[in-house]
Write a protein that binds this ligand. Structure first.
Ligand SMILES: Cc1cc2nc3c(=O)[nH]c(=O)nc-3n(C[C@H](O)[C@H](O)[C@H](O)COP(=O)(O)OP(=O)(O)OC[C@H]3O[C@@H](n4cnc5c(N)ncnc54)[C@H](O)[C@@H]3O)c2cc1C
Length: 303
């Protein structure tokens, strides 16, 4: 029996674990990946908005962020697959057969990139469909590329690629781009960027690597093909809440509803970080929520 089991070892889970350890709670952290740090490993630009810690990219940030964990005394299991969670009973069954029990559970499972679910998306991942314009701009240099999405991340990626690519096609579903006005304003000065509004990419085509995309415009009956050699998909994120869907109150996008003390609708079950914060996902928000959950749990256990 553990005092606390934390699911997810991103910034939120790692912060909660540090605080639980400091407060003398017997703590186990379960992480599905083989490394901790969550989305930090997907940040290829500089992080300049976390007080006291500046870094050139997420990996560098993580190295320093995770430093105190090496001194801490909580259990961390990585590469763990959870089969089922019974939140009321605080029981977790792992695919490996182990059964775990706790007094409190903290959910810090974060978010993942939303997928298009179109033919070619999985087949060409890493073979023309790249993870990030910032990370992969050298491999895309000199190529015609397409960015899919209309938010900040999509427009930022298109602007980055415009420096090194002859043409950048930005395809998005809405009438107007959702990105912040400063990004949209910069698009007007980039003559190599073409924006297709009210349009969807319906297929990604190629042989060994991406060679073309198929675009369907709102009023058109048939899609048309466009030759591109690189694709960046940035259509937002979705919360990792499948395991808890039947047990926790979620908002209409699947994020976990919490109180100001990070409590969910199930007693002694807390949610922290991006998985419960659709409007303001940040590292500082995640670490703060982790600290709050740990302190609330400790104060209750101590009576
Ligand atoms: C490109 C990019 C740039 C960003 N830039 C900034 C920035 O400059 N400043 C800033 O403050 N924030 C930035 N962010 C946001 C920041 O990274 C997130 O707010 C933060 O990582 C949220 O932490 P988290 O722990 O809640 O979730 P995550 O980082 O998503 O971590 C969740 C963890 O839970 C694990 N997990 C999921 N499901 C399970 C499961 N079933 N079992 C076990 N483990 C599970 C995941 O593998 C992951 O390790 C950026 C994000 C991105 C993608």
């Amino acid at each position: 029996m553990h005092d606390v089991i934390i699911i997810g070892a991103g910034p939120a889970g790692l912060s909660a674990a540090l605080w639980c350890d400091e407060l003398g709670l017997d703590t186990l952290v379960l992480e599905q990946k083989t490394q901790t740090g969550g989305q930090l490993h997907s940040i290829y630009g500089a992080i300049e908005n976390y007080p006291g810690l500046r870094a050139n990219n997420g990996h560098e940030f993580f190295e320093r962020f995770a430093e105190p964990a090496s001194e801490a005394d909580y259990d961390l299991w990585t590469g763990v697959e959870i089969e089922t969670v019974d939140l009321k009973a605080k029981r977790i069954a792992l695919k490996s057969g182990e059964e775990l029990q706790a007094i409190s559970i903290i959910v810090g499972t974060g978010v993942r990139r939303r997928e298009l679910g179109i033919p070619g998306e999985k087949e060409f991942a890493g073979r023309g469909i790249v993870e990030s314009a910032s990370r992969d701009r050298h491999s895309l240099a000199g190529k015609d590329v397409c960015v899919i999405g209309g938010g900040d991340a999509a427009v930022e990626n298109a602007l980055l690629l415009a420096d090194n690519c002859p043409t950048v096609t930005l395809v998005h579903r809405r009438k107007k781009l959702k990105a912040r006005p400063t990004f949209v304003g910069q698009l007007q000065n980039q003559h190599c960027i073409t924006v297709f509004s009210e349009s969807a990419v319906t297929r990604i085509l190629g042989n060994e690597e991406v060679e073309a995309i198929e675009i369907l415009r709102k009023d058109a009956l048939k899609p048309f093909q466009m030759a591109v050699r690189g694709v960046v998909i940035r259509i937002g994120v979705e919360p990792n809440t499948e395991l808890f869907r039947e047990q926790l109150q979620l908002d209409n996008q699947g994020y976990i509803n919490v109180t100001g003390q990070q409590e969910t609708n199930v007693a002694n079950v807390f949610a922290i970080g991006d998985v419960s914060n659709p409007l303001a996902p940040t590292i500082s928000g995640a670490t703060g929520a982790g600290a709050t959950a740990a302190k609330v749990i400790a104060s209750r256990l101590m009576g």
